[in-house]
Design a binder for this molecule. Structure first.
Ligand code: ATP
Length: 438
Protein backbone atom coordinates (compact mmCIF):
# COMPACT_ATOMS: atom_id res chain seq x y z
CA UNK A 1 0.00 0.00 0.00
CA UNK A 2 1.63 3.33 -0.97
CA UNK A 3 2.11 5.73 1.92
CA UNK A 4 0.26 8.59 0.23
CA UNK A 5 -0.36 10.36 3.52
CA UNK A 6 2.85 9.38 5.29
CA UNK A 7 4.54 6.38 6.88
CA UNK A 8 3.68 5.26 10.43
CA UNK A 9 5.64 2.98 12.72
CA UNK A 10 3.08 1.28 14.98
CA UNK A 11 4.59 -0.30 18.09
CA UNK A 12 2.02 -2.61 19.67
CA UNK A 13 2.50 -6.11 21.04
CA UNK A 14 -1.12 -7.27 20.92
CA UNK A 15 -1.58 -8.72 17.43
CA UNK A 16 -5.36 -8.14 17.29
CA UNK A 17 -5.11 -4.48 18.32
CA UNK A 18 -2.14 -3.93 16.00
CA UNK A 19 -3.90 -5.63 13.09
CA UNK A 20 -7.11 -3.60 13.46
CA UNK A 21 -5.28 -0.30 13.79
CA UNK A 22 -2.90 -0.99 10.91
CA UNK A 23 -5.71 -2.04 8.61
CA UNK A 24 -7.75 1.07 9.36
CA UNK A 25 -4.77 3.40 8.98
CA UNK A 26 -3.86 1.79 5.65
CA UNK A 27 -7.42 2.32 4.39
CA UNK A 28 -6.93 6.02 5.20
CA UNK A 29 -3.87 6.09 2.94
CA UNK A 30 -1.03 5.74 5.48
CA UNK A 31 1.80 3.28 5.11
CA UNK A 32 2.08 1.23 8.33
CA UNK A 33 4.89 -0.92 9.64
CA UNK A 34 4.16 -2.88 12.81
CA UNK A 35 6.78 -3.61 15.46
CA UNK A 36 5.76 -5.90 18.33
CA UNK A 37 8.28 -4.65 20.87
CA UNK A 38 10.92 -2.04 21.76
CA UNK A 39 13.84 -3.91 20.19
CA UNK A 40 12.04 -4.45 16.91
CA UNK A 41 10.94 -0.80 16.91
CA UNK A 42 14.50 0.46 17.52
CA UNK A 43 15.75 -1.70 14.64
CA UNK A 44 13.04 -0.32 12.38
CA UNK A 45 13.90 3.27 13.35
CA UNK A 46 17.51 2.59 12.49
CA UNK A 47 16.49 1.50 8.99
CA UNK A 48 14.03 4.27 8.37
CA UNK A 49 12.60 7.19 10.33
CA UNK A 50 8.80 7.20 9.85
CA UNK A 51 6.59 10.25 9.43
CA UNK A 52 4.88 9.38 12.70
CA UNK A 53 5.64 7.06 15.62
CA UNK A 54 2.57 5.52 17.26
CA UNK A 55 3.64 3.50 20.26
CA UNK A 56 2.12 1.67 23.17
CA UNK A 57 3.81 2.59 26.45
CA UNK A 58 3.68 -0.92 27.84
CA UNK A 59 5.80 -3.29 25.74
CA UNK A 60 6.88 -6.86 26.48
CA UNK A 61 10.60 -6.08 26.20
CA UNK A 62 10.74 -2.58 27.66
CA UNK A 63 8.65 0.55 27.74
CA UNK A 64 7.54 3.00 25.11
CA UNK A 65 9.04 5.70 27.31
CA UNK A 66 12.53 4.16 27.14
CA UNK A 67 12.12 3.68 23.41
CA UNK A 68 11.16 7.31 22.92
CA UNK A 69 13.90 8.69 25.16
CA UNK A 70 16.63 6.55 23.60
CA UNK A 71 15.53 7.47 20.06
CA UNK A 72 14.76 11.13 20.71
CA UNK A 73 17.49 12.59 18.52
CA UNK A 74 16.56 10.30 15.63
CA UNK A 75 12.92 11.29 16.07
CA UNK A 76 13.51 15.06 15.93
CA UNK A 77 10.87 16.37 13.53
CA UNK A 78 8.79 13.16 13.72
CA UNK A 79 5.50 13.44 15.62
CA UNK A 80 5.14 10.91 18.43
CA UNK A 81 1.74 9.67 19.61
CA UNK A 82 1.73 7.32 22.59
CA UNK A 83 -1.00 4.94 23.74
CA UNK A 84 -1.52 3.98 27.32
CA UNK A 85 -3.98 2.26 29.61
CA UNK A 86 -5.78 4.66 31.93
CA UNK A 87 -3.34 3.83 34.73
CA UNK A 88 -0.43 5.02 32.61
CA UNK A 89 -1.70 8.55 31.94
CA UNK A 90 0.87 10.09 34.31
CA UNK A 91 3.63 8.46 32.31
CA UNK A 92 2.11 9.75 29.06
CA UNK A 93 2.00 13.27 30.43
CA UNK A 94 5.61 12.98 31.56
CA UNK A 95 6.51 11.91 28.03
CA UNK A 96 4.68 14.85 26.52
CA UNK A 97 6.75 17.14 28.72
CA UNK A 98 9.82 15.39 27.31
CA UNK A 99 8.69 16.08 23.74
CA UNK A 100 6.07 13.48 22.72
CA UNK A 101 3.18 15.15 20.94
CA UNK A 102 -0.04 13.53 22.04
CA UNK A 103 -1.46 10.46 23.76
CA UNK A 104 -4.44 8.14 23.46
CA UNK A 105 -6.04 6.21 26.27
CA UNK A 106 -6.66 2.52 25.58
CA UNK A 107 -8.92 0.97 24.43
CA UNK A 108 -8.34 3.27 21.51
CA UNK A 109 -11.38 4.73 19.75
CA UNK A 110 -10.60 4.41 16.05
CA UNK A 111 -12.07 7.83 15.12
CA UNK A 112 -10.05 9.45 17.90
CA UNK A 113 -6.93 7.71 16.59
CA UNK A 114 -7.55 8.86 13.00
CA UNK A 115 -8.24 12.43 14.13
CA UNK A 116 -5.04 12.67 16.15
CA UNK A 117 -2.88 10.98 13.54
CA UNK A 118 -4.32 13.30 10.84
CA UNK A 119 -3.65 16.41 12.92
CA UNK A 120 -0.07 15.41 13.71
CA UNK A 121 0.68 14.45 10.12
CA UNK A 122 -0.63 17.81 8.91
CA UNK A 123 1.66 19.66 11.32
CA UNK A 124 4.85 17.80 10.65
CA UNK A 125 7.83 19.42 8.92
CA UNK A 126 7.70 18.21 5.36
CA UNK A 127 11.04 18.29 3.59
CA UNK A 128 11.10 19.91 0.15
CA UNK A 129 10.06 17.03 -2.06
CA UNK A 130 11.11 18.17 -5.51
CA UNK A 131 11.62 21.22 -7.61
CA UNK A 132 7.97 22.18 -7.95
CA UNK A 133 7.04 25.80 -7.42
CA UNK A 134 3.89 25.31 -5.37
CA UNK A 135 0.50 23.67 -5.11
CA UNK A 136 -1.98 26.43 -6.01
CA UNK A 137 -3.80 26.23 -9.33
CA UNK A 138 -2.12 29.50 -10.40
CA UNK A 139 1.42 28.34 -9.71
CA UNK A 140 0.75 24.94 -11.29
CA UNK A 141 -0.24 26.70 -14.50
CA UNK A 142 2.98 28.68 -14.32
CA UNK A 143 5.00 25.57 -13.73
CA UNK A 144 3.36 23.92 -16.74
CA UNK A 145 4.43 26.91 -18.87
CA UNK A 146 7.97 26.71 -17.49
CA UNK A 147 8.10 23.00 -18.37
CA UNK A 148 6.81 23.69 -21.89
CA UNK A 149 9.26 26.56 -22.39
CA UNK A 150 12.29 24.68 -21.02
CA UNK A 151 13.33 22.72 -24.14
CA UNK A 152 13.31 25.74 -26.47
CA UNK A 153 15.93 28.48 -26.83
CA UNK A 154 13.36 31.30 -26.72
CA UNK A 155 13.98 34.17 -24.32
CA UNK A 156 11.66 34.17 -21.32
CA UNK A 157 10.43 37.25 -19.48
CA UNK A 158 9.38 36.70 -15.87
CA UNK A 159 7.18 39.36 -14.31
CA UNK A 160 5.97 39.64 -10.74
CA UNK A 161 6.27 41.55 -7.51
CA UNK A 162 9.46 41.38 -5.51
CA UNK A 163 9.99 38.05 -3.78
CA UNK A 164 7.38 36.12 -5.76
CA UNK A 165 9.98 33.60 -6.94
CA UNK A 166 11.05 34.85 -10.37
CA UNK A 167 14.61 33.67 -9.84
CA UNK A 168 13.36 30.35 -8.47
CA UNK A 169 11.28 29.94 -11.66
CA UNK A 170 14.26 30.92 -13.83
CA UNK A 171 16.43 28.29 -12.13
CA UNK A 172 13.74 25.65 -12.58
CA UNK A 173 13.52 26.55 -16.28
CA UNK A 174 17.29 26.14 -16.53
CA UNK A 175 17.32 22.82 -14.66
CA UNK A 176 14.60 21.44 -16.92
CA UNK A 177 16.27 22.65 -20.09
CA UNK A 178 18.85 20.83 -22.22
CA UNK A 179 21.26 23.50 -20.92
CA UNK A 180 21.06 22.18 -17.35
CA UNK A 181 24.68 20.97 -17.28
CA UNK A 182 25.96 24.40 -18.37
CA UNK A 183 26.10 27.39 -15.98
CA UNK A 184 23.16 29.46 -14.72
CA UNK A 185 24.56 32.97 -14.36
CA UNK A 186 22.47 35.65 -12.67
CA UNK A 187 23.23 39.31 -13.11
CA UNK A 188 21.38 41.90 -11.10
CA UNK A 189 20.99 44.85 -13.44
CA UNK A 190 20.04 47.18 -10.56
CA UNK A 191 23.02 46.33 -8.40
CA UNK A 192 25.86 47.07 -10.82
CA UNK A 193 27.09 50.66 -10.92
CA UNK A 194 26.40 52.15 -14.38
CA UNK A 195 30.09 52.70 -15.14
CA UNK A 196 30.90 49.01 -14.55
CA UNK A 197 27.80 47.51 -16.12
CA UNK A 198 29.23 46.96 -19.57
CA UNK A 199 32.33 45.22 -18.26
CA UNK A 200 30.19 43.16 -15.87
CA UNK A 201 28.12 41.82 -18.78
CA UNK A 202 30.68 41.65 -21.59
CA UNK A 203 33.96 41.51 -19.66
CA UNK A 204 37.00 43.65 -20.43
CA UNK A 205 40.54 43.31 -21.70
CA UNK A 206 43.54 44.14 -19.54
CA UNK A 207 44.18 47.88 -19.61
CA UNK A 208 40.76 48.66 -21.16
CA UNK A 209 40.32 51.48 -18.65
CA UNK A 210 42.02 52.82 -15.52
CA UNK A 211 41.92 50.07 -12.93
CA UNK A 212 41.47 47.24 -15.44
CA UNK A 213 44.63 45.48 -14.33
CA UNK A 214 43.57 42.08 -15.63
CA UNK A 215 41.30 40.65 -18.26
CA UNK A 216 37.83 40.06 -16.88
CA UNK A 217 35.34 37.50 -18.14
CA UNK A 218 31.82 38.95 -18.23
CA UNK A 219 28.51 37.25 -17.43
CA UNK A 220 27.69 36.70 -21.11
CA UNK A 221 30.86 34.64 -21.44
CA UNK A 222 30.58 32.88 -18.08
CA UNK A 223 27.09 31.69 -18.97
CA UNK A 224 28.59 29.72 -21.87
CA UNK A 225 25.87 27.52 -23.36
CA UNK A 226 23.78 27.87 -20.19
CA UNK A 227 21.30 30.51 -19.07
CA UNK A 228 21.99 34.22 -18.56
CA UNK A 229 19.46 35.52 -16.03
CA UNK A 230 19.02 39.29 -16.19
CA UNK A 231 17.34 40.21 -12.93
CA UNK A 232 15.70 43.64 -12.52
CA UNK A 233 16.13 44.20 -16.24
CA UNK A 234 14.07 47.42 -16.13
CA UNK A 235 16.99 49.06 -14.32
CA UNK A 236 19.37 48.73 -17.29
CA UNK A 237 20.91 52.04 -18.29
CA UNK A 238 20.00 53.21 -21.84
CA UNK A 239 23.52 52.57 -23.19
CA UNK A 240 23.49 49.01 -21.95
CA UNK A 241 19.98 48.46 -23.30
CA UNK A 242 21.34 49.21 -26.77
CA UNK A 243 24.28 46.84 -26.29
CA UNK A 244 22.06 44.08 -24.97
CA UNK A 245 19.80 44.47 -27.98
CA UNK A 246 22.79 44.03 -30.29
CA UNK A 247 23.84 40.97 -28.30
CA UNK A 248 20.40 39.38 -28.70
CA UNK A 249 20.12 40.27 -32.37
CA UNK A 250 23.64 39.43 -33.50
CA UNK A 251 24.43 36.73 -30.91
CA UNK A 252 27.94 38.17 -30.63
CA UNK A 253 29.76 40.73 -28.52
CA UNK A 254 33.13 42.27 -27.81
CA UNK A 255 34.90 42.58 -24.45
CA UNK A 256 35.36 46.21 -23.38
CA UNK A 257 38.69 47.36 -24.87
CA UNK A 258 38.86 44.26 -27.08
CA UNK A 259 38.76 44.02 -30.84
CA UNK A 260 37.67 40.46 -31.65
CA UNK A 261 34.04 39.38 -31.49
CA UNK A 262 32.92 36.46 -29.37
CA UNK A 263 29.89 34.27 -30.05
CA UNK A 264 27.08 34.38 -27.51
CA UNK A 265 25.56 30.95 -26.86
CA UNK A 266 23.45 31.39 -23.74
CA UNK A 267 19.71 31.56 -23.43
CA UNK A 268 18.45 34.82 -21.97
CA UNK A 269 15.86 34.90 -19.22
CA UNK A 270 14.95 38.35 -17.89
CA UNK A 271 12.93 39.35 -14.84
CA UNK A 272 11.48 42.50 -13.40
CA UNK A 273 8.89 43.73 -10.94
CA UNK A 274 8.43 46.91 -12.98
CA UNK A 275 5.75 47.52 -15.59
CA UNK A 276 7.92 47.28 -18.70
CA UNK A 277 5.06 48.18 -21.04
CA UNK A 278 4.58 51.41 -19.12
CA UNK A 279 8.33 52.09 -19.13
CA UNK A 280 8.30 51.68 -22.91
CA UNK A 281 5.41 54.16 -23.14
CA UNK A 282 7.37 56.56 -20.93
CA UNK A 283 10.39 56.20 -23.20
CA UNK A 284 12.53 54.68 -20.43
CA UNK A 285 12.87 51.19 -21.87
CA UNK A 286 13.58 50.37 -25.50
CA UNK A 287 10.59 48.89 -27.26
CA UNK A 288 12.80 46.83 -29.58
CA UNK A 289 14.59 45.33 -26.57
CA UNK A 290 11.31 44.49 -24.85
CA UNK A 291 10.17 42.82 -28.07
CA UNK A 292 13.33 40.67 -28.06
CA UNK A 293 13.08 39.70 -24.39
CA UNK A 294 9.35 39.20 -24.28
CA UNK A 295 9.02 36.05 -26.35
CA UNK A 296 7.55 33.85 -23.62
CA UNK A 297 6.00 35.99 -20.89
CA UNK A 298 5.35 34.41 -17.50
CA UNK A 299 3.63 36.44 -14.80
CA UNK A 300 3.98 35.14 -11.26
CA UNK A 301 1.09 36.32 -9.09
CA UNK A 302 1.72 37.68 -5.58
CA UNK A 303 1.47 35.18 -2.73
CA UNK A 304 -1.73 36.79 -1.42
CA UNK A 305 -3.42 35.86 -4.74
CA UNK A 306 -2.48 32.18 -4.32
CA UNK A 307 -2.98 31.56 -0.65
CA UNK A 308 -2.91 27.76 -1.09
CA UNK A 309 0.85 28.05 -1.53
CA UNK A 310 1.49 29.78 1.79
CA UNK A 311 1.42 26.85 4.23
CA UNK A 312 3.31 24.36 2.00
CA UNK A 313 5.96 27.00 1.34
CA UNK A 314 6.19 27.86 5.04
CA UNK A 315 6.62 24.16 5.91
CA UNK A 316 9.28 23.82 3.26
CA UNK A 317 11.15 26.87 4.55
CA UNK A 318 10.97 25.49 8.08
CA UNK A 319 12.21 22.07 6.97
CA UNK A 320 15.14 23.76 5.23
CA UNK A 321 15.98 26.08 8.13
CA UNK A 322 19.11 24.55 9.59
CA UNK A 323 18.29 25.95 13.01
CA UNK A 324 14.89 24.25 13.06
CA UNK A 325 16.17 20.70 13.29
CA UNK A 326 19.07 21.66 15.53
CA UNK A 327 16.56 23.18 17.97
CA UNK A 328 14.20 20.20 17.81
CA UNK A 329 11.45 22.13 16.03
CA UNK A 330 8.77 19.83 14.70
CA UNK A 331 6.53 22.12 12.70
CA UNK A 332 4.09 25.01 12.69
CA UNK A 333 1.10 24.80 14.97
CA UNK A 334 -2.28 24.96 13.30
CA UNK A 335 -3.14 28.46 14.57
CA UNK A 336 0.13 29.71 13.15
CA UNK A 337 -0.65 28.13 9.80
CA UNK A 338 -4.08 29.78 9.70
CA UNK A 339 -2.51 33.14 10.58
CA UNK A 340 0.08 32.76 7.84
CA UNK A 341 -2.65 32.05 5.31
CA UNK A 342 -4.42 35.26 6.22
CA UNK A 343 -1.42 37.61 6.25
CA UNK A 344 -0.74 40.01 3.40
CA UNK A 345 2.86 39.07 2.45
CA UNK A 346 3.77 42.25 0.63
CA UNK A 347 7.29 40.85 0.42
CA UNK A 348 5.84 37.57 -0.92
CA UNK A 349 7.73 34.28 -0.52
CA UNK A 350 10.91 36.09 0.51
CA UNK A 351 9.15 37.73 3.45
CA UNK A 352 7.51 34.42 4.37
CA UNK A 353 10.86 32.64 4.30
CA UNK A 354 12.48 35.29 6.46
CA UNK A 355 9.64 35.18 8.97
CA UNK A 356 9.80 31.39 9.21
CA UNK A 357 13.58 31.34 9.58
CA UNK A 358 13.45 33.98 12.26
CA UNK A 359 10.72 32.03 14.07
CA UNK A 360 12.81 28.85 13.86
CA UNK A 361 15.54 30.70 15.69
CA UNK A 362 13.22 32.20 18.31
CA UNK A 363 10.52 29.60 19.09
CA UNK A 364 10.93 28.05 22.50
CA UNK A 365 8.77 24.94 22.08
CA UNK A 366 8.81 22.19 19.46
CA UNK A 367 5.90 23.82 17.58
CA UNK A 368 6.27 27.28 16.05
CA UNK A 369 3.37 29.50 17.14
CA UNK A 370 1.68 32.67 15.88
CA UNK A 371 3.73 34.97 18.10
CA UNK A 372 7.01 33.45 16.95
CA UNK A 373 6.03 34.14 13.35
CA UNK A 374 4.08 37.34 13.32
CA UNK A 375 4.81 39.04 16.65
CA UNK A 376 6.60 42.41 16.38
CA UNK A 377 7.81 43.93 13.17
CA UNK A 378 11.07 45.74 12.74
CA UNK A 379 9.39 49.10 12.34
CA UNK A 380 7.53 48.81 15.69
CA UNK A 381 10.42 50.36 17.52
CA UNK A 382 10.75 53.36 15.23
CA UNK A 383 10.20 56.74 16.83
CA UNK A 384 7.72 59.25 15.36
CA UNK A 385 8.91 61.17 12.34
CA UNK A 386 11.01 64.09 13.49
CA UNK A 387 10.17 67.60 12.37
CA UNK A 388 12.04 68.16 9.12
CA UNK A 389 12.08 70.83 6.46
CA UNK A 390 10.88 69.44 3.18
CA UNK A 391 8.75 66.46 2.27
CA UNK A 392 11.75 64.90 0.50
CA UNK A 393 13.78 65.15 3.71
CA UNK A 394 10.95 63.63 5.69
CA UNK A 395 10.75 60.71 3.28
CA UNK A 396 14.52 60.16 3.35
CA UNK A 397 14.52 60.39 7.10
CA UNK A 398 11.72 57.85 7.43
CA UNK A 399 13.45 55.56 4.95
CA UNK A 400 16.73 55.79 6.82
CA UNK A 401 15.09 54.84 10.10
CA UNK A 402 13.08 52.00 8.56
CA UNK A 403 16.14 50.60 6.77
CA UNK A 404 18.34 50.94 9.88
CA UNK A 405 15.71 49.28 12.07
CA UNK A 406 15.26 46.43 9.59
CA UNK A 407 19.01 45.91 9.27
CA UNK A 408 19.35 45.86 13.04
CA UNK A 409 16.49 43.36 13.37
CA UNK A 410 18.09 41.24 10.66
CA UNK A 411 21.57 41.40 12.25
CA UNK A 412 22.88 43.13 9.15
CA UNK A 413 21.61 40.47 6.70
CA UNK A 414 20.48 42.51 3.72
CA UNK A 415 18.30 39.73 2.29
CA UNK A 416 16.47 39.29 5.60
CA UNK A 417 16.08 43.06 6.03
CA UNK A 418 14.68 43.28 2.48
CA UNK A 419 12.04 40.69 3.39
CA UNK A 420 11.04 42.65 6.50
CA UNK A 421 10.73 45.83 4.45
CA UNK A 422 8.94 44.10 1.59
CA UNK A 423 11.44 45.20 -1.07
CA UNK A 424 13.90 43.33 -3.26
CA UNK A 425 17.53 42.77 -2.22
CA UNK A 426 18.85 45.01 -4.93
CA UNK A 427 16.40 47.80 -4.13
CA UNK A 428 17.63 47.64 -0.55
CA UNK A 429 21.31 47.58 -1.57
CA UNK A 430 20.65 50.68 -3.63
CA UNK A 431 18.84 52.39 -0.72
CA UNK A 432 21.63 51.52 1.71
CA UNK A 433 24.13 53.05 -0.69
CA UNK A 434 22.04 56.18 -1.31
CA UNK A 435 21.32 56.68 2.38
CA UNK A 436 25.01 56.21 3.19
CA UNK A 437 24.24 53.49 5.70
CA UNK A 438 27.30 51.40 4.77
N1 ATP B 1 8.09 28.59 -5.33
C1 ATP B 1 9.04 28.73 -4.42
N2 ATP B 1 9.52 27.66 -3.79
C2 ATP B 1 10.49 27.80 -2.86
N3 ATP B 1 11.02 28.97 -2.49
C3 ATP B 1 10.57 30.07 -3.08
C4 ATP B 1 9.56 30.01 -4.08
N4 ATP B 1 9.31 31.26 -4.50
C5 ATP B 1 10.14 32.05 -3.82
N5 ATP B 1 10.90 31.35 -2.96
C6 ATP B 1 11.91 31.89 -2.03
O1 ATP B 1 11.62 33.26 -1.81
C7 ATP B 1 12.78 34.06 -1.93
C8 ATP B 1 12.60 35.05 -3.07
O2 ATP B 1 12.56 34.35 -4.31
P1 ATP B 1 13.22 34.95 -5.64
O3 ATP B 1 14.56 35.55 -5.35
O4 ATP B 1 13.14 33.92 -6.69
O5 ATP B 1 12.16 36.11 -5.90
P2 ATP B 1 12.19 37.22 -7.03
O6 ATP B 1 10.81 37.35 -7.53
O7 ATP B 1 13.28 36.89 -8.02
O8 ATP B 1 12.58 38.49 -6.16
P3 ATP B 1 13.20 39.93 -6.66
O9 ATP B 1 12.17 40.55 -7.55
O10 ATP B 1 13.35 40.68 -5.38
O11 ATP B 1 14.50 39.62 -7.34
C9 ATP B 1 13.94 33.10 -2.14
O12 ATP B 1 14.51 32.85 -0.90
C10 ATP B 1 13.30 31.85 -2.67
O13 ATP B 1 14.02 30.74 -2.26
Amino acid sequence: MPAERGQILLVEDDPTTAGTMAQRLRIEGYGVEVATGAVEAAASLERRVPDLLLSDLHLPDGSGEELFLSQRSRLAGTPVLVMTAYAGVDQAIRLMKAGADDFLVKPVEIQDLLGRVGALMARRVVPAADATLGVSAAIRRIEATVRRAAPSDCPVLLLGETGTGKEVAAKLLHRLSPRAAAPFVAVNCAAIPAELAESEVFGHERGAFTGAAMRRIGCAERAGAGTLFLDEVAELAPGLQAKLLRLLEGREYTRVGGSGTLAFHARVVAATNADLDQLVRDGRFREDLLYRLDVIRIEIPPLRMRRDDIVPLARQFLANASLASARGIRGLDSRAERALEEADWRGNARELRNRVERAAALADGPWVGVDDLLGGTASNGASPVAAVGTLAEAVTDAERRAVSAALAAASGEVEVAAGILGVGRSTLFEKIRKLGLR
